[in-house]
Design a protein around this ligand. Structure first.
Ligand SMILES: [Zn+2]
Ligand SMILES: [Zn+2]
Length: 232
């Protein structure tokens, strides 16, 4: 198994990509003065390894305070119920994906594609994001959630400016788009434009890795704008 990796000050890759089970998305951890923040939590079949990876960074999993869900797919949310049982972690997700996460629209989670059961859990902070953005204050880390619909209706991305760098967590920039997910190609392309405009220095992506500097971030997102524009 691989070891967790520091990406930038207080920001680590702790799951997916050989760090935890093969079904997991990439899972990122932010070490803020208000506690540990997870961006997504994987399929849920390898939570013990995820916890071990937090300890391997000399951090205490009991300090987990927040789980920010980027969207309702099982490879991003499956571990949520167990994490809530084990730790005092409060969950955040966009209102359009909350019904899937809470178990009302299970088809949207993609659980059948993964051939695994999904255990729903409650979202403590439903993000309405009426202005398209919502700031979250975690002491030294100010996170901004941006509504980026398209892959699913309630997909969000999160960015933070820390020590001279803008770090963007944008999980499923590659898609795919499926009717069962509630995908919408027009929304998706608009969201990708929004991501480009953020001018991030570091992109923490959900399946393929970390991209930097800013020119690489742009190239990566641009590639999918081209690919999906051709389908319109
Ligand atoms: Zn997805
Ligand atoms: Zn994904």
């Amino acid at each position: 198994m691989r070891k967790p990796k520091k990406i930038h000050d207080g920001i680590f890759l702790i799951g997916g990509n050989g760090l935890t089970g093969p079904g997991d998305c990439l899972i990122y951890l932010i070490q803020s003065s208000s506690g540990l923040i997870l961006i997504d939590c994987g399929l849920g079949e390898d939570i013990n390894r995820l916890i071990a990876n937090i300890k391997a960074l000399d951090l205490d999993p009991k300090d987990l305070r927040a789980l920010i869900i980027t969207h309702c797919h099982i490879d991003h949310i499956g571990g949520g119920a167990e994490l809530k049982r084990k730790f005092k972690v409060e969950t955040y997700a966009h209102k359009y994906d909350v019904p899937a996460i809470e178990g009302e629209k299970l088809a949207m989670t993609g659980a059948t594609l993964y051939g695994t059961d999904y255990e729903p859990f409650k979202i403590d902070h439903v993000l309405t994001m009426e202005k398209g953005e919502e700031p979250l204050d975690f002491g030294d880390y100010k996170l901004v959630c941006v509504h980026t619909p398209g892959h699913t209706p309630g997909s969000i991305c999160v960015y933070t400016d820390i020590n001279g760098k803008r770090v963007l967590f944008a999980q499923d920039v590659h898609g795919p788009l499926f009717e069962a997910f509630g995908s919408n190609i027009t929304d998706f392309l608009e969201s990708l434009d929004r991501l480009i405009a953020l001018n991030a220095d570091i992109l923490c992506e959900g399946h393929f890795g970390v991209y930097q500097p800013a020119s690489e971030v742009k190239n990566y997102i641009q590639r999918y704008i081209q690919q999906y524009s051709n389908r319109l």
